[in-house]
Design a protein. Structure first.
Length: 596
């Protein structure tokens, strides 16, 4: 009887491991179509075969597989709780950065995760009865090696197969960019993970030629000429990329006891010497440096591997960027971030982008009066920015100051220590007190940021040096911040998710500039908008990007919007983007000039 039972346990266990691990995240039979369940089962069976060939011990192999996938499922639930999306392949290179802020989150397993964890324990007991001796079947090293190799070949082949467009369509694999959590919940955790590996490599059009792209750049004419009049006064440019700063009202109606962004809302009504609108980000709930990369370089994450981290993977040498461009015009440049220098490899990336100075956590006074929660407050940080710009400008040189805040970083549980104002939501649709507290904490932080920015504008009104002041959010917080605004179990629909990537931006000057409002753009174009507002000619590469923006005013890793307002999900391999793709590839990987 045992000999009959052992093979059943061996082949049944990987199936149960799939269903149990997937159930930790979401209801399997409600979410995952039957054909994708079969594909996932094949993946788990292949992993079991590989492990048994490797160890020669079925019971140990199944235990290893069960523990690994249980841990992976639990890690996914925790990541989802504060980011609103599950683990992607590039997250593994971001582990050091994640550890920097890990202590600032509260971790609590869902009832679903606890229930299926107990089910895993029962499965581990069942596996204990699997004691068959595989040496009767895999009695030589060569046979075991052959099975292991066959399992790997099968997994690699299956991965390549499901990534093919016809197979994807036939199996109905979800490839949503707006709702990336659905890729994991509706395809299965492992199939979704393997499918996304198709985006690991940088896309290069088949007819790409570095020499041709160099010629395109060389032949580009800069509007107004590359040299400014001798009497042109270069303004200081102060940029504040505010962590998770957004206006959630673009996603859904939110009624509060008082306006949480009163100053920014007033500027959006057509303030003097002000340009306002919404910037579309390529990221949501995290991966801040990708917005920095897009703003500073004019490149877009739309043409780079999905979920990659540009600073860590693609900024490996000096590349064209705003600080380098401004440096050729005599600017002093400084980048500041009041948190750990190890985050996202900024210490390596910033100098390669052309920053002459970089300051991180140790540079700032982080005494209690300068903190909101455990992070430097925007108010205290902005005062330091003002001091730094004034000091660097003493010798008469114009200053480019780029700053990344921390005050509004997730998570949003607990209390907002150091806050005097508290925003209350009046139209919550469900009664989860913890979720509502997180939303109200977040909106309170927005009010504090708004107040700090108002103080900064007032300060620069009294500064004699011409100054362009820019602020925008790097991304919205994770989508689950909005859960109190919907009845339990409901959320934004697929179309509404596009607004999750929109954040307000403000370009304000303490001297006369042409005003604008209601502008819809994306992070890769926003830098151009700032330079043009300052009257500074674009580089030849940025001039080409600016021309492309006339056809596609919004271009992100998530979607594009053309000049007729037509929105579509982004596919960086679509031939309509080919000119931009080629130029970006050349600038990132083949341009040998320090700066054209």
């Amino acid at each position: 009887m045992r000999e009959r039972l052992n093979p059943i346990i061996f082949w049944l266990s990987p199936i149960l491991i799939f269903y149990f691990s997937q159930a930790v995240l979401a209801p399997v039979f409600e979410k995952v179509p039957w054909q994708l369940q079969i594909v996932n089962i094949l993946i788990f069976e292949a992993v079991a075969l590989f492990l048994v060939a490797l160890t020669g011990r079925p019971r140990l192999s199944l235990w290893i597989e069960g523990v690994v996938f249980w841990l992976f499922a639990i890690a996914n639930t925790l990541v989802y709780s504060f980011r609103g999306s599950y683990i992607m392949i590039w997250d593994f290179i971001a582990i050091p950065t994640a550890m920097n802020v890990a202590s600032n989150y509260s971790y609590r397993l869902t009832g679903r995760a606890i229930f299926w964890s107990v089910a895993f324990l029962a499965l581990f007991v069942l596996i204990w009865f699997c004691r068959s001796d595989v040496k009767r079947f895999l009695n030589t090293l060569w046979k075991r090696a052959a099975v292991a190799v066959a399992a790997v070949i099968f997994l690699v082949s299956l991965t390549k197969l499901v990534q093919m467009e016809p197979v994807k369509e036939f199996l109905d694999i979800n490839d949503s960019r707006f709702s990336i959590e659905r890729v994991t919940e509706e395809n299965g955790m492992m199939l979704g993970f393997l499918y996304k590996m198709k985006y690991m490599s940088v896309y290069v059009p088949g007819d790409y030629s570095a020499a041709e792209e160099a010629g395109v750049i060389e032949d580009t004419k800069v509007e107004g000429g590359e040299k400014l009049p001798a009497d042109f006064v270069y303004p200081d440019i102060v940029v504040v990329m505010n962590e998770a700063m957004s206006d959630l009202a673009v996603d859904c109606p939110i009624e509060t006891n008082e306006d949480y962004l009163p100053f920014i809302h007033s500027l959006q009504e057509g303030a003097e010497n002000t340009i306002t609108g919404y910037m579309n980000a390529s990221v949501l709930g995290g991966k801040t440096p990708n917005t920095e990369f897009e703003f500073l370089t004019g490149n877009t994450m739309a043409f780079l591997p999905e979920d990659s981290i540009a600073f860590q993977q693609f900024v490996k040498r000096e590349i064209d960027a705003m600080p380098r461009h401004l440096g050729t015009l005599g600017y002093e440049s400084v980048a500041m971030h009041p948190y750990d220098s190890s985050g996202w490899d900024r210490t390596m990336a910033y100098p390669l982008l052309g920053f002459g100075r970089c300051h991180f956590k140790d540079y700032f006074d982080l005494s209690q009066e300068n903190l909101i929660r455990d992070y430097m407050s925007d108010s205290a940080f902005f005062r330091k920015i003002e001091e730094e710009v004034a000091d660097l400008g003493k010798d008469g040189k114009p200053v480019f100051s780029f700053n990344v805040t921390m005050q509004n970083h997730s998570g949003y549980g607990g209390s907002v220590t150091g806050a005097k104002k508290l925003i209350k939501v009046k139209n919550a649709q469900n009664s989860d007190p913890d979720a509502l507290q997180k939303l109200e904490n977040y909106l309170t932080l927005m009010r504090l940021s708004d107040d700090a920015f108002r103080e900064m504008v007032e300060y620069y009104k009294g500064v004699d040096r011409p100054t362009i002041l820019v602020t925008f959010g790097d991304h919205q917080p994770a989508t689950n911040i909005l859960s109190p605004m919907f009845p339990e179990g409901e959320s934004l629909d697929e179309e509404g998710r596009a607004d999750n990537y929109r954040v307000p931006f403000v370009i304000w000057a303490n001297y006369d500039i042409e005003e604008g409002q209601g502008i819809e753009t994306s992070a890769n174009y926003l830098g151009n908008l700032v330079l043009k507002a300052a009257g500074i000619p674009l580089s030849r590469y940025r001039t080409r990007i600016d021309e492309f923006s006339q056809k596609y005013p919004v271009l992100t890793a998530v979607r594009s919007v053309d000049d007729k307002g037509v929105t579509k999900q982004m596919d960086g391999r679509d031939p309509v983007y080919e000119d931009y793709v080629k130029l970006q590839y050349y600038e990132l990987f083949d341009d040998s000039d320090q700066y054209p």
